[in-house]
Design a protein around this ligand. Structure first.
Ligand code: ZN
Length: 368
């Protein structure tokens, strides 16, 4: 059993600007002393730091990877966007689209992040490792083919899938996105295709405001191969595990993929500043164990997790550590320092029963 962990310190050097948290600077908005966007390097670097301190890193195959090539990026993104991104990146940085700024050299760092996803998928498909985790930064799941969105500059997972399919045209991939925001970019890129199943759990009414509806099922050849599970604010540990059992598991089992990829955001965590969900580190551990067992049943264990959002500098590391413990089977643990407080904040039995009912109802609507 081996789990690969792909990361590169340089991806932590990606920097945005001109925002105070999610609010553009200007007018009455004072710049923050501690930096700009919530998508800060520390939310991710501190996960690697914690893994080094506990020595979990020593139980993993720590890997680097080359940047995704221009040819690989073009499998998803048109040259018009890539050229505009590269030119702005070479000339001091800036912003194309909204909530996705980058500094000088941002293009190369985004390509490096995509390269980590490409290599993680390739390493699992070739059997070099049983499963893999890519600490991708900047993240990718909001990025659409022709432009960036929501801190995402390149569609990391979609690029990794297309790079793998370039030599394996029959490859079937299921993408489960448990980031608290809708995986609109991944959905849009594969919306009319049956060879990639896209499934997103997200908080309803969160970013992006106009996507992620239960009724959005795909189009043309892709009809039925996109599933959205918009969850009410306040969903916690029990609801997330029920969603895995009642929706993700039967949908992915029926699809019979060759590979499962998880868009692994931690922003459903109970202290995340960008949402109102109540997942804990143990929620991510249990979700990972369930999807790992599913992968072992249906696709020879082939499973890749790509890091997406998660904006609590204190809590993301513990959620990520629990996820990597589960993925690798390591017995090195990092006890959740917020467990007592967050367990006491879980939804009560009445709201949990309501949430389970909502999930069962939506599963029915999705034909599951
Ligand atoms: Zn997110």
């Amino acid at each position: 059993m081996s789990t690969a962990f792909y990361w590169d310190e340089r991806t932590m050097w990606h920097a945005g600007g001109n925002y105070a948290f999610t609010v553009p600077l200007g007018g009455l908005v004072q710049p923050l002393a501690a930096g700009g966007l919530p998508e800060s390097p520390e939310t991710k670097r501190r996960l690697k730091n914690l893994m080094d301190v506990t020595e979990l890193t020593g139980d993993l195959a720590v890997m680097r990877a080359p940047a995704a090539t221009q040819a690989q990026l073009q499998l998803v993104h048109p040259s018009e966007y890539l050229n505009a991104f590269k030119e702005m990146s070479d000339n001091g940085g800036g912003e194309i689209g909204h909530h996705a700024p980058f500094a000088q050299g941002g293009y190369e760092l985004a390509a490096l992040s995509a390269g980590l996803a490409v290599a993680a998928v390739e390493g699992v498909l070739t059997g070099t490792h049983d499963n893999a985790y890519a600490l991708t930064r900047p993240p990718g799941h909001h990025c659409v083919a022709d432009g960036p969105m929501g801190f995402c500059l390149l569609a990391n997972i979609a690029i990794a899938i297309e790079a793998a399919k370039a030599t394996r045209p029959d490859l079937r991939v299921a993408v489960l996105d448990w980031d608290v925001h809708h995986g609109n970019g991944t959905e849009a890129i594969f919306y009319d295709r049956a060879d990639v199943l896209t499934l997103s759990f997200h908080q309803e009414g969160n970013y992006p405001l106009d996507t992620g509806d239960l009724a959005d099922r795909g189009t043309g050849a892709g009809a039925g191969y996109n599933l959205n599970l918009p969850l009410p604010a306040g969903a916690g540990h029990t609801a997330y595990l029920h969603a895995i059992d009642r929706v993700a598991t039967p949908a992915i089992e029926a699809y019979k993929p060759d590979l499962i990829i998880v868009a692994c955001g931690y922003d459903a965590g109970a202290v995340d500043p960008l949402d109102r969900m109540l997942a804990t580190a143990d929620t991510f551990r249990q979700m990972t164990l369930k999807i790992k067992a599913l992968a072992q049943r249906i696709c020879d264990g082939k499973l890749v997790l790509c890091h997406e959002g998660g904006y609590s500098e204190i809590y993301v590391p513990f959620c990520g550590h629990a996820t990597l413990e589960a993925l690798s089977g390591s017995d090195i643990t990092a006890p959740d320092p917020m467990k007592r407080a967050l367990t006491s904040r879980q939804p009560g039995p009445r709201f949990d029963a309501f949430l389970r009912g909502e999930i069962d109802h939506m599963a029915g609507e999705l034909g599951l």
